[in-house]
Design a binder for this molecule. Structure first.
Ligand code: NAD
Ligand code: NA
Length: 395
């Protein structure tokens, strides 16, 4: 079929297999040029199909020849209806990995559930025996608790006061003020239940009790801090509470892995266009200004550059360069004083008229469409493609 982008609000309902494949191959090429010394060998990635998780899988496989198991929740294709992008990404990754003689298998389903955890455990036991690294890169709006069956929904709201600031609709370029009402009821607890650390800890507890974590095992989950501009809706909002909980879980995990010298870390990553971040108000305007500033300074990075630096210059390097709260920081360039001062200055000037010049709205849009395999260089979108792509190592 001929596949075109079909957007609704902050999401795109279609995805292009060839564009997704190109994106994956480009990331693989990048990592092949930057091997990881003493990198991981047997890696489980939860949330492996898009964004930072996909980049982590590629960095493991192509940086240190790691065998990878990827867990994700993606929509398979149907005749005449394309799959979700993570499906095509995973197919492209596995096809290439298998060609290159790398072990790569995947599990598609709800990582929060006991069934998927058990299935993953079984696969590790059968194929790898143990793992030396687990990357936890889930981004989900909902979680059904495996033990109680209760369904939690996360919210992106400020705590206490209504938050009013500018945002941009990146499709139309319109900059306008929005107000977000503060959270209420169980919003904070619900958001912690979805995006906090409980599920990460559950994975570790299960795999530890079944003796499939190697000596010196490492695990990392991803967090975000960001500037004061977005603080009310992000770091000091409901999602920030969940990130606090996730960060605290890293220490608990390290404590629980003492006997195998295992370590749990959180890496604070840079703001990037992903399916998850496009849905957060105010962030798209911040990102379009940030991209402009970081590109001008020659320090812009995407997911793959971020994770390559995380592995090569932090996790598998001499010095993790932890901050005073024990976190890894690869948002260091985003948070540089000169970068933040410039973004703040531009923020005051940003209007529908000025944004195309003072911000990188174009870069934002391209990155957004790239997530779904559109606007990718070297892809002929007028050509018929087979939407019924198979992930070869899918269990
Ligand atoms: P993403 O949407 O690109 O990836 C989410 C992944 O989770 C996908 O592989 C998806 O299939 C999987 N997933 C979602 N629900 C699932 C479920 N129930 N079971 C199994 N898999 C499921 O998101 P991302 O931006 O790469 O986010 C990953 C992590 O990085 C998140 O913790 C996020 O907060 C963090 N982070 C993001 C940014 C950013 O700007 N995007 C910055 C810093 C940190
Ligand atoms: Na991810």
């Amino acid at each position: 079929m001929i596949i075109e982008p079909k957007t609704r609000g902050f999401i795109c309902l279609t995805a292009h297999p060839k564009g997704c494949e190109q994106n994956v191959l480009k990331q693989i090429e990048y990592i092949k040029s930057k091997p990881t010394t003493n990198g991981p060998k047997k890696v489980l990635v939860i949330g492996a199909s898009t964004g930072f998780g996909l980049a982590s899988r590629i960095t493991s496989a192509y940086g240190s020849n790691a065998s990878t198991i990827g867990v994700f929740f993606e929509k398979p294709p149907k005749e005449g209806r394309p799959a979700s992008p993570g499906w095509y990404n995973s197919a492209a990754f596995e096809n290439q990995a298998h060609k290159d003689g790398l072990y790569a298998k995947s599990i598609n389903g709800d990582a929060f559930s006991n069934e998927i955890k058990d299935q993953t455990l079984k696969l590790i036991k059968e194929d790898l025996g143990e793992i030396d690294m687990l990357v936890y890169s889930l981004a989900s709006p909902v979680r059904t608790h495996p033990n109680t069956g209760k369904r939690y929904k996360s919210v992106l709201k400020p705590i206490g006061d209504t938050f009013t600031n500018n945002t941009v609709d990146f499709h139309t370029g319109e900059v306008k003020e929005i107000s977000i009402e503060p959270c209420s009821g169980d919003d904070i607890d619900n958001t912690i239940a979805v995006m906090g650390g409980e599920d990460w800890q559950m994975w570790i507890d299960l795999l530890k009790s079944e003796n499939v974590l190697s000596k010196d095992f490492k695990t990392v989950a991803y967090s975000y801090i960001g500037p004061s501009l977005t603080e009310a809706v992000y770091r000091k909002g409901t999602i920030g509470r969940a990130k606090d909980d996730l960060e605290a879980t890293a220490f608990k995990i390290t404590e629980s892995l003492k006997d195998i010298n295992g370590k749990g870390y959180v890496s604070v990553n840079k703001a990037l266009v992903t399916q998850a971040s496009s849905a957060i108000p105010v962030i798209p305007l911040y990102i379009s200004l940030l991209y402009k500033v970081m590109k001008e300074k020659g320090i812009h990075e995407g997911c793959i550059e971020q994770i390559e630096r995380l592995f090569n210059e932090r996790l598998y390097a001499e010095d993790l360069q932890l901050d005073e709260q024990g976190r890894i920081r690869v948002d260091d360039w985003e948070m540089r004083d000169d970068v933040q001062a410039k973004v703040l200055e531009l923020w005051q000037e940003a209007t529908t008229e000025t944004l195309p010049t003072i911000g990188d709205l174009e870069g934002y849009k391209i990155d957004f469409f790239n997530l779904f395999g559109f606007d990718v260089e070297g892809v002929d979108y007028d050509k018929d493609v087979d939407e019924m792509v198979v992930i070869p190592g899918l269990q």
